[in-house]
Design a protein around this ligand. Structure first.
Ligand code: CTP
Length: 414
């Protein structure tokens, strides 16, 4: 038998927002699980959602009245008070319209009004047609919402209501439940740590319009910065050019070249307690960069003379006092041997190795698999998972290092 103390969401006040997508019926099952796990759930539907599922279904299961109308007198006040007191607001499914209202701060119904009044963690699980999800406007709104600290759970790829196959299906219930669990009881086990993360590619100029670069998207480094921040660390992210939104609550230092990145990191080394070098730093740069655009004049070809860039990681490892230093090894074959070699050669504490050519891994991908090799002789294989989850696993591994500075006193504002 389950005792009440085993219930995951016991005593939690959750608002479940349901909007007008065909996936609205899935919110019924979500509600059942939340209630079964001890949560007190208030359901708020948009007008459109009531056309897909009868509010009575939610009322019976939540044992609470369901409201959608902003002008339903006392109901409205009741729900707005609730929004102020709630532990969490989850909108599943969320339509493109709901995303747009959240991003812009429109408040023309109860759910969107609640988005503005509540100060609790918010999770949004979109569901829509694939073409809509991919639309730049929807992507922009999603990015804006994420930047404000809202968890947006990517829809899944699969067969859509339209009969087409694409990315737009509501993510599965397990993903929503684990996001709820994570936002309700966030781990604060990195409070007191000061984390310096590098991410993205560097660009080495050939002339004012051309450069040598690489395919790094920056997603892994940004995910690490976000994870460390959410777990309580102060975080500085030194980043090459990427198309990503700056992570919430993180100080971002944009750089272009390997040289700039090196300077930005070295001057912040003394501040940090842990450094993660996730950037794909160019190994070589043009010996000379032309001040003028190079013309193609003679079609006989062109020779670029390259020189090595300084190895930032090695420099950091040499100059450190007590910082934990973590490097990455992006390889095009099984990474274990290279990771082991880089750990020794660079004199660092942990190497995260990955094969960028493996399926769904590497540059640009939202997921990754990795092997972690550390100075204490441990080797941990991490299977394919979202980069955000991998970021947490990397932070977990760093905490188990013998050199991890566990006893850092939180600074005043923590
Ligand atoms: N790195 C660095 N400075 C450089 C090049 C790489 O700090 N000039 C860091 C990367 O950020 C990464 C680690 O070193 O954390 C390994 O980078 P990688 O390019 O895989 O290894 P290299 O040392 O350049 O070796 P190789 O290219 O021969 O694999």
């Amino acid at each position: 038998m389950t005792s009440s103390s085993d219930l995951k969401f016991l005593g939690k006040q959750i608002i479940l927002g349901v909007s007008g997508s065909i996936a609205a019926y899935k919110a019924v099952e979500l509600l059942r699980v939340l209630v079964r796990e001890g949560a007190a759930v208030s359901v708020v539907m948009t007008e459109a959602a009531t056309r897909f599922v009868n509010p009575l279904t939610f009322e019976v299961l939540s044992r609470q009245p369901v409201t959608s109308n902003l002008f339903a007198a006392h109901q409205e006040l009741l729900h707005l008070t609730l929004a102020e007191r709630a532990d969490l607001l989850v909108i599943a499914p969320a339509t493109a319209n709901v995303l747009a209202k959240c991003a812009l701060g429109l408040a023309d119904d109860l759910l969107s009004t609640m988005m503005l009044t509540t100060r609790c963690p918010v999770i949004i699980a979109p569901a829509m047609d694939g073409g809509m999800w991919d639309h730049p406007t929807v992507q922009l709104h999603t990015a804006v919402i994420r930047q404000r600290g809202v968890t947006v759970l990517e829809p899944e790829e699969g067969l859509l209501a339209s009969g087409k196959v694409g990315r737009g299906r509501l993510t599965d219930q397990e993903a929503i439940l684990s996001a709820i669990e994570a936002r309700l009881s966030p781990r604060r086990d990195w409070v007191g740590q000061r984390v310096l993360v590098s991410a993205g590619p560097t660009q080495e100029a050939i002339d004012p319009v051309r450069f040598i670069g690489n395919r790094s998207s920056g997603k892994m480094g940004y995910a690490i910065a976000q994870a460390a921040r959410e777990r309580g660390a102060e975080v500085i992210l030194v980043t090459g050019p990427t198309a990503l939104e700056r992570p919430h609550g993180v100080e971002v230092v944009p750089v272009l070249t390997a040289e700039d990145m090196g300077k930005a990191l070295i001057t912040r080394l003394a501040w940090s307690t842990v450094v993660l070098m996730a950037a794909a730093v160019a190994d070589f740069r043009p010996r000379r960069s032309s001040q003028q655009k190079i013309k193609k004049e003679a079609r006989t070809g062109m020779t670029l003379e390259l020189e090595p860039t300084p190895d930032i990681l090695e420099t950091l490892a040499k100059q450190r006092s007590s910082q934990v230093i973590v490097g990455f090894a992006a390889e095009t074959e099984p990474p274990l041997r290279h990771a082991e070699q880089k750990l020794k050669r660079k004199g660092i504490d942990l190497v995260v190795g990955n094969d960028v050519t493996a399926d769904q891994c590497g540059f640009g991908s939202d997921s990754n698999a990795a092997v972690l090799v550390d100075r204490d002789g441990r080797v941990v294989e991490l299977e394919l998972m979202p980069k955000r989850e991998l970021a947490d696993r990397i932070l977990d591994a760093i905490q188990t290092l013998s050199v991890f500075p566990a006893q850092h006193r939180p600074r005043n504002h923590e």
